[in-house]
Design a binder for this molecule. Sequence first.
Ligand SMILES: NC(=O)c1ccc[n+]([C@@H]2O[C@H](COP(=O)([O-])OP(=O)(O)OC[C@H]3O[C@@H](n4cnc5c(N)ncnc54)[C@H](O)[C@@H]3O)[C@@H](O)[C@H]2O)c1
Length: 405
Amino acid sequence: MAVTERDKTIVVIGTGYVGLPAALMLAKAGYQVVGVDINENIVRAINEGVMHIREDELQRLMDEPEVRANLRAQSTPCEGDVFIIAVPTPLDDRKKVADLSYVDDAVESILPYLRPGNLVIIESTIPPLTCRERITPMIEEATGLKVGETIYLAHCPERILPGDIFYEIVHNDRIIGGINEITREKAAEVYASFVKGELYRTDDVTAELVKLMENTYRDVNIALANEFNAVAETLGIDGREAIRLANRHPRVNILMPGIGVGGHCIPIDPWFIKEVDPANSRLIFTSRLINDEMPHKIAAKIRRAVRDATAPKIVALGAAYKPNTEDTRESPALEIVELLREDGYDVAHYDPLVDGMGYPSLVEICRGADMLAILVPHDEIVAELERDRERIEQAMRTPIIRRYQ
Ligand SMILES: NC(=O)c1ccc[n+]([C@@H]2O[C@H](COP(=O)([O-])OP(=O)(O)OC[C@H]3O[C@@H](n4cnc5c(N)ncnc54)[C@H](O)[C@@H]3O)[C@@H](O)[C@H]2O)c1
């Protein structure tokens, strides 16, 4: 509602988890929004008013007449006042550095449409200095415009939690990174149209690093929890209970150990810091190694648990990267099952939330099995296990049931 110039056009490049919710919010705020995606199915879905991200509240927003009237999608960019880039920035797995090819393509695709006074906002997660050293020269060389003077470039990273995007995109505080004051004010005006959290203005490099620090903090904290848990195991005590008790200290907040770190942010973003300053990223690097090692450790525990069974049949439950989501990106559970299968183990893998991995009942899938390994404790798995535990044990050939997080 805070939009002062309602006839402004915002072109959002990449309408996935990050770009589409932003496009909806901006359309609701009164901007003319063009969503651009190279995926034709996504373009079609948006123009038909169908959300490709599963969140009821976002679909309700999409259904609002104002939003439908102000938002359209297409597969190529066009002229506009503001360009928001929200394309993927995966990890180049071999080199362990950011794969910026999608960002390069997206920036190149808007170059012919850039005009004096335009604002380009990068929402994709990028390594520090990407705005200054990579995107600025691309824009200046192609357009002859001067970034910070005749055209503006900002980094405004996203911190939404998939599953709770509708609430978080509005209520989270946001970092607005721009090379100078005028850039920051222009970018802040865009977000002020729908963000109720604070807008913190800073320079572009700080904004780039802040985003990476947030996910790296969680990765290092989880690595510490995994180490504490391993020490507790050596001592023969319950690591989770020890962490819960340590967290009763008013200034301690240790996360919980697990089977590894998944999703497409936390296991990736720390590498973007190491990439720009390896000498000062030793703790970050070690934490990555510790967390990446976890699926191997869990697979080894499962092998030990079934070592007395002949031709053991294992049922693995949970394939998502964390409990209560259907997202399997970078999932350690998938890696554990793959490791076991590579070793020749007979593993049946199920997840009630993941398409194509559902099951009739735990009793049914555990019939004749030697082990039930709970890799991802979705609420619905835990509830069924608690309810039917006795029947499940009776159905198994060897009733070994272990929960790994
Ligand atoms: N999903 C999250 O929770 C989250 C949170 C914070 C930051 N991020 C970051 O935001 C960025 C986008 O992530 P996402 O989860 O929205 O990814 P996504 O895969 O859901 O969406 C990206 C979209 O960009 C499209 N695309 C790729 N190249 C394009 C191009 N050249 N032109 C037009 N469209 C193009 C893809 O087809 C896809 O639909 C990444 O850098 C990610 O790290 C994501």
